[in-house]
Design a protein around this ligand. Structure first.
Ligand code: BT5
Length: 308
């Protein structure tokens, strides 16, 4: 059956898409944040919100339109870049860390990227993935009453199954001549994928045993836009705190939620695996791993498996 047509010749899908776009964009008006979500962009389908974030940061409006196969809702007037939150209903090339894929059927997840510019920030940018994990946990706890666990560095799990992943990218851009040239601007993009309303059959077989969604865990449908609002507000609050006070308070909250700490873990590095005790998280977010009596190792980027 063909798509329904309205008097104005719009098809029903197009109308729904525009209605969703208007809803997502109205989010920025309801936010009480200092920076995060000052501008909200929505795509019904895109390769990856991380690609869109990069193009926004570069100011490439044209590329952005070409990349989006449908439903871009950017504006034509200049808009703020920093604080932009980009949402998508579906990603054709959703990415995880190390070029792995992030899969999600249309409109079942929260898929977003947030652009920040931590100007004058002296702590390592590598704390931002940890900050994101903490912000997500706090938002989920207050909004849904659920207490996710953080598996180092930033997988969110419920009963050991992953329902949320975080991918952060830093981009350095040369200053424009009118900004004095010289020193590069550092932009950080937080990428967040949360499984909200998937049922078990929505996951591909290869992750069906290891993945879950909030709907599966809580037995109820999760409203995407309302949750998105809580998340942006929480990220903003934690981000402002980091800029004001440094990362220490945030790191304390991270350690309290990180279930990898105090456990025996297998750390999977690109070309080796190490077993040890996860003792601590360093100031830059590295995992402090004790291997044997004498040896402590700092692990910056890896996958961790919890052992009994
Ligand atoms: C992550 O990578 O967990 C980071 C995922 C970030 C996704 C967001 S969505 C918005 C933004 N735009 C993007 O393109 N990405 C970000 P990693 O730790 O490498 O985990 C990837 C692995 O998780 C995959 O290799 C699968 O095994 C598994 N996986 C893939 N999709 C999943 C899902 N929906 N739920 C649970 N596990 C999944």
């Amino acid at each position: 059956m063909g798509a329904l047509k309205t008097d104005r010749g719009d098809d029903a899908d197009g109308l729904k898409r525009r209605a969703r776009s208007a809803l997502w964009r109205s989010l920025s008006r309801r936010l009480t944040t200092a920076e995060v979500g000052r501008r909200v962009m929505y795509f019904s389908e895109i390769s990856s919100t991380m690609d869109a974030a990069r193009e926004v940061a570069l100011g490439n409006r044209q590329t952005l339109r070409l990349r989006s196969s449908a439903g871009v809702s950017g504006e034509d007037r200049p808009a703020p870049v920093i604080g932009t939150a980009i949402f998508a209903d579906y990603q054709s090339g959703g990415r995880g860390r190390l070029d792995r894929t992030w899969v999600s059927p249309p409109r079942k997840s929260l898929l977003l990227s947030v652009i920040l510019e931590p100007f004058g920030f002296s702590t390592a940018l590598s704390v931002f993935p940890l900050m994101t994990a903490v912000s997500l946990c706090s938002a989920l706890e207050t909004f849904l009453g659920v207490a996710p666990e953080i598996k180092w560095p930033n997988d969110l799990t419920l009963s050991g199954k992953k329902f949320c992943g975080v991918l952060c990218r830093a981009h350095a851009f040369p200053n424009r001549p009118d900004e004095g040239g010289g020193t590069a601007r550092q932009i950080v993009v937080l990428g967040i994928g949360i499984n909200l309303n998937q049922r078990p059959a929505d996951f591909p077989p290869e992750i069906r045993e290891t993945a879950t969604s909030l709907r599966i865990a809580l037995g109820k449908r999760i409203p995407r836009i309302a949750l998105a609002r809580r998340i942006l507000e929480r990220i903003d609050a934690d981000y402002q705190e980091i800029l004001r006070e440094g990362a220490q308070p945030l790191l304390r909250r991270y350690k309290a939620r990180c279930t990898s700490l105090g456990r025996r873990v297998r750390v999977i590095l690109p070309d080796e695996e190490v077993i040890g005790w996860a003792e601590d998280v360093a100031e830059d977010g590295s995992l402090v791993l004790r291997v044997g009596e004498e040896c402590q190792v700092l692990v910056r980027a890896a996958d961790v498996v919890h052992l009994r």
